[in-house]
Design a protein around this ligand. Structure first.
Ligand SMILES: [Zn+2]
Ligand SMILES: [Zn+2]
Length: 266
């Protein structure tokens, strides 16, 4: 059930928008659709997660990424459940993502979105990421997730230092609040070097640097919602899922914002 905004929150929004006009989270240039008060009232779904986020051009580009199709099942990534081998071998059969990430299309809305999230330059992006994941999780798991606990794939230590934090930690905390369930700081990564520059074999070795923290005891007997930004080889999430099961998790469900688009099977 969507709730209507109260007159006070609406008025607050009008004033804030006047004082600090919002910008599209991708291009950071144009005003997003739904930011102006007239559009806000007109939009069919005032609580839509896309409202006030993208400008018209980035929105249409983003929707293209959502419609991109998986090369295995042929369904759009937003409804594909194909898990990579590294995740299946950890005992999780399905993965759920929100859109396809095409790394060959530089400057497209989805890559700008991921870049903004990773660089932690805008808290609106973290908000949006959490809302997007929240929608997908409710779609798959239903409304009743109060007994679940949210954990996240940790960022490399060097990267945390470089960007001043872990974007997935921030996303996971917000997500847990949105879902009304617990949050666990269950893992950390000692790995150095950049994951995206590694081959599949190197990735598998590097994820050995991911360990559990004290907080991992919270996973015992729980349904764990494990999140990350992008699934490529699945090595990182596979490792986290194994560690979660070792810590006594009853079940692990994996959700990511995006899946790297591949055209052919490796
Ligand atoms: Zn834009
Ligand atoms: Zn698929």
């Amino acid at each position: 059930m969507k709730k209507q905004p109260s007159p006070i929150s609406w008025l607050r929004r009008v004033i804030l928008e006047y004082l600090y006009p919002s910008r599209c989270i991708c291009c950071k240039n144009e005003a997003p659709i739904g930011a102006s008060t007239s559009e806000y009232v007109m939009l069919a779904d005032p609580d839509s997660e896309l409202r006030g986020v993208f400008c018209a051009r980035c929105m249409s580009d983003f929707l293209t990424s959502c419609a991109a199709r998986c090369y295995i099942c042929g369904r759009p990534y937003s409804s594909c459940t194909c898990a990579p081998e590294a995740i299946r071998s950890a005992g999780v059969d399905k993965t759920y993502v929100c859109f396809g990430y095409d790394k060959t299309r530089r400057g497209c809305a989805s890559s700008r979105l991921i870049y903004s999230l990773k660089s932690m330059d805008n808290k609106d992006t973290v908000n949006f990421a959490a809302h997007l994941l929240c929608g997908r999780i409710r779609e798959v798991m239903g409304g009743d997730v109060g007994d679940a606990i949210v954990a996240y794939a940790p960022r490399r230590r060097a990267s945390v230092r470089e960007h001043g934090g872990d974007h997935m930690r921030e996303t996971a905390k917000l997500l847990a609040k949105d879902l009304g369930c617990g949050f666990a700081d269950a893992f950390y990564s000692r790995a150095s070097g950049e994951q995206k520059k590694r081959s599949a074999v190197e990735r598998k070795e590097a994820v050995g640097g991911i360990m559990t923290r004290k907080d991992a005891y919270k996973l015992r007997g729980r349904r764990v919602i494990l999140i990350d930004d992008i699934i490529t080889s699945g090595a990182t999430l596979g490792r986290c899922a194994s560690l979660a099961f070792d810590a006594g998790a009853r079940d692990v469900a994996i959700f990511a914002l995006a899946r790297t688009i591949k055209s052919k099977k490796k």
